[in-house]
Design a binder for this molecule. Structure first.
Ligand code: SF4
Length: 64
C-alpha cells in the first residue's frame, strides 16, 4: 500500500504532517508533500491511514 496525494484538493490544513511528520512535509505554501512514495510498512500504514482519515479535504488516499 502507498500514499496517494491529490495535490489539487489539499488546502494546507497541515493535519497530515502534524500527525505523521515522517510521512508528510509541507511546501512553502503549507500544502502537503509526501515523503514516502514507496510501499508502506505496517507502522507507516497505520499512521498514514490516520492522516488520511483526518484530512478535511479528502486529499489523501491509501491504496495500491
Ligand atoms: S491534511 Fe489534507 S488538506 Fe491538510 S495539508 Fe494534509 S493533505 Fe493537505
Amino acid at each position: 500500500m502507498k500514499i496517494h496525494l491529490t495535490s489539487e484538493k489539499c488546502q494546507g490544513h497541515g493535519r497530515c504532517y502534524s500527525l505523521a511528520s515522517d510521512l508528510f512535509d509541507s511546501d512553502d505554501l503549507g500544502n502537503a508533500v509526501v515523503l514516502v512514495t514507496g510501499e508502506l510498512n505496517a507502522d507507516q500504514l497505520e499512521r498514514a491511514t490516520v492522516a488520511a482519515n483526518n484530512c478535511p479535504e479528502y486529499a489523501i488516499e491509501i491504496g495500491a
